[in-house]
Unconditional design. Structure first.
Length: 121
């Protein structure tokens, strides 16, 4: 498979559907794979076209299986596991080792690090 350009935002129209469309979906044809490959600027040989058609059909079969699961009482979520912010609260604290830290810098002026000027006037 050769990539000839940016993949178009068009995704296989058979993969974009709602629940009622699943029962009437037909098998993915080689012509549909060729059309999508053309839109995505992909060069596929006949073997790759057959392979992609079979793989897409397996994906659709899996989606059909998932659609049999009753998810009406399952709340929507964006993650499989709960994510918790592990950052501490931002608080102003005085450091007791300011002198030591300033000494680690390449240059300093009074109680600040001295850096090269980056803005031209």
């Amino acid at each position: 498979m050769k990539f000839k350009g940016y993949v178009n935002n068009f995704v296989l129209n058979k993969l974009l559907f709602n629940k009622k469309d699943i029962k009437c979906m037909t098998k993915i044809t080689k012509e549909e794979v060729k059309k999508v490959a053309h839109l995505a600027r992909l060069e596929l040989n006949d073997n790759e076209i057959n392979n992609h058609a079979q793989q897409l059909e397996k994906i659709l079969d899996y989606i059909r299986q998932l659609e049999k699961i009753d998810t009406d009482d399952v709340p929507c979520t964006t993650r499989a596991i709960e994510v918790v912010n592990v950052f501490r609260k931002d608080e102003n604290k005085n450091s007791e080792c300011n002198e030591e830290i300033l000494e680690l810098g390449p240059s300093r002026e009074d109680k600040y690090f001295k850096v090269p000027k980056i803005i031209n006037e």
